[in-house]
Design a binder for this molecule. Sequence first.
Ligand code: ADP
Length: 192
Amino acid sequence: MFNLVIFGPPGAGKGTQSAKIIDKYKLAHISTGDMFRMHISQDTELGKRVKQILADGLLVPDSITIDMLEEEVQRNPDVSGFIFDGFPRTVNQAEALDTFLEGKGEKIDLVLQLDVTEAEIKDRIAERKKVSGRADDDEDKLLKRIDEYFSKTIHVLPFYQNQGKVVKVNGIGQIDLIFGTICEAIDNAKVD
Ligand code: ADP
């Protein structure tokens, strides 16, 4: 198995690059943000619990997120690997993921850090808002999400850096050029 975490602030291009990675490397995509939005649109019990949290741009509690993630992994026993998008977002989630994968004889092989400036993120999300209709793309909710990123999620990086797993990729520029750099990082990690 080859397991990858795609990491970066809101609007870094995680979703866009994930779609290209899945296509080329045939990994199963797990986006916790997409999963929460699906639960909300289907008005499930979980959806009801997290709706307001997402609308406010806050992080969903770890216990809910970790349970949902682990169930999704268990539902896909025959894949050649996973790309985790939007997870882990806290050190607690990262530790839980390591323990969980270890129990399956698996591990995270690579963490791709998409590096983007705060100014670029804000521009992109303002653009995305015009087409996505995502309530959490509003200016004040976006600031909240960026806040959550810099107060909680950023600490996930040293966690994986200590394991020597992080490759930083410049996330600004043409989508295909960024993807090219990502492919190099994946191909290198695969032969290691
Ligand atoms: P973006 O791509 O803009 O970073 P996502 O689609 O990944 O946003 O996530 C949207 C929202 O879903 C987050 O703001 C948060 O409320 C919730 N969420 C997603 N993943 C997690 C997670 N791993 N832990 C806690 N909350 C999460």
